[in-house]
Design a protein around this ligand. Structure first.
Ligand code: XUL
Ligand code: CO
Length: 437
């Protein structure tokens, strides 16, 4: 490293729950095995380049408050190189194995497509060297198709074909960058792919354009050797009033309709699920049960605010529920847990970025340990799976196998009379969860 951007902060180590060192992990012990795998392999934690190294704390009411030491010059390309330096210092001090970026986080846009491609390429070469030196890897890359004013009416769903072409140029370059850096996934979050008003929107046409755009992106990605998963990240609203990738269920239907289901999976973000009036665990489950859980954007919303706050995840109950889904799913690889979360506008000390990530990693590590205990609890297993025992044999099994007609079902009901009253045992299950927390 040519410079130190986080002076006075050493590598963050696991010290256990009794430590009084706030720059240490209490629960995240990367080599600790839980449910047959190390914590490092369970989570595959990643840092979001945009929040941690580009988000300056500005909000609609005020300019940025985070004065980045890597913004050293008036040349944005030079600063992007210093930023890369700072980012890899942070990754290695924190000990996270992965990072994620948008094209425009890594490299500023130039005055033409050619110039933008050249700038990105130069930063990618540098990032590649850093990856080789440190062993930090790219979990996923993506293209920012929402910040530039040209995308104000959408990118792939823009009513103007010329804008669609610009979006394609960006995705092509971002795919090239991702492949060159060995990225294990490639993400599409539908930035402004949605609408504000139906009066000026042909919804089906726009969605078909999105499908065609994604098929061509997939084909290009495969043609340059990308073997990872393409991921769609659902979100119900913000920035448009109605985003097309509303939630897991909506995206799965879209993937099926658009013939994308074999190459695409989902990147589930906690705060996006809650904006869709689901729990994080719900949207994870919808994706996981169809074999489509690709990766996770870890963060949380706010019970009182109805927008995408991108808080760092600290809610242990949510983490436990999420980890139960993850354990049942057999893990998340080749996806991971990307902290798509930002420190607050008034969190202005360099060490705040460490506290935020340490807290998030410890929350999930603790959630994993607890979820594993819950799933091995005999009563928990008996109640959760035992509820469906009537389908394990006999006529229940025949029904699952498609061997009973509606008339036969009717006749069985007539023969057996009114079913017994069977409790769902919700309170008991909640108590079991609390016992381990
Ligand atoms: C926006 C969001 C994005 C995506 C990547 O809400 O989550 O940062 O994760 O474009
Ligand atoms: Co996200």
């Amino acid at each position: 490293m040519s410079n130190e951007y986080f002076p006075g902060i050493d590598t963050i180590k696991y010290e256990g729950p009794d430590t009084d060192n706030h720059l240490a992990f209490c629960y995240y012990d990367e080599n600790k095995e839980v449910a047959g795998k190390t914590m490092k392999d369970h989570f595959r934690f990643a840092i979001a380049y945009w929040h941690s190294f580009c988000g300056d704390g500005s909000d609609p009411f005020g300019i940025g408050t985070h004065n980045f030491p890597w913004d050293k010059t008036s040349d944005p390309v030079e600063n992007a190189k210093y930023r890369l330096d700072a980012a890899f210092e942070f990754f290695t001090k924190l000990g996270t194995p992965y990072y994620c970026f948008h094209d425009r986080d890594l490299a500023p846009e130039g005055d033409s497509i050619e110039e933008s491609e050249k700038i990105l390429q130069s930063l990618v070469s540098k990032a590649k060297e850093y990856q080789e030196d440190t062993g930090v890897k790219l979990l996923w890359g993506t293209a920012n198709l929402f910040t530039h004013p040209r995308y104000m009416n959408g990118a792939a769903t823009n009513p103007d074909f010329e804008v669609v072409c610009h979006a394609a140029a960006q995705v092509k370059a971002a795919l090239d960058a991702t492949v060159e850096l060995g990225g294990e996934n490639y993400v599409f979050w539908g930035g402004r792919e949605g609408y504000m008003k139906l009066l000026n929107t042909l919804m089906k046409k726009e969605q078909d354009h999105l499908g065609e755009f994604l098929r061509k992106a997939r084909d290009y990605g495969r043609s340059i050797g990308f073997e990872g998963n393409f991921l769609i990240e659902p979100k119900p609203m913000e920035p448009t009033k109605h985003q097309y990738d509303f939630d897991s269920a909506t995206v799965i239907g879209f993937l099926q309709e658009q013939d994308l289901i074999d190459d695409f999976k989902l990147n589930i973000e906690a705060n996006h699920a809650t904006l869709a009036s689901h729990s994080f665990a719900h949207d994870l489950t919808v994706a996981a049960e169809r074999g489509l859980l690709g990766s996770i954007d870890a963060n949380r919303g706010d019970n009182q605010n109805g927008w995408d706050t991108d808080y760092f995840p600290t809610n242990l109950y949510d983490a436990v529920e999420a980890m139960i889904v993850l354990l049942e799913n057999g893990g998340i690889e080749p996806g991971g847990f990307n902290f798509d979360a930002k420190i607050r506008r008034n969190s202005t000390d360099p060490e705040d970025l460490f506290h935020a990530h340490i807290g998030g990693m410890d929350t999930f590590a603790r959630g994993l340990i607890i979820a594993d205990k819950i799933m091995n609890d005999a009563d928990f297993k008996k109640i959760r799976y035992g509820r469906y025992a009537s389908f394990d044999e006999g006529n229940g099994k025949k029904f699952e196998n498609g061997e009973l007609s509606l008339e036969e079902l009717r006749n069985l009901a007539a023969k057996s009379g009114e079913p017994k009253t069977i409790s769902g045992k919700q309170e008991l299950l909640e108590n079991i969860v609390n016992r381990y927390i």
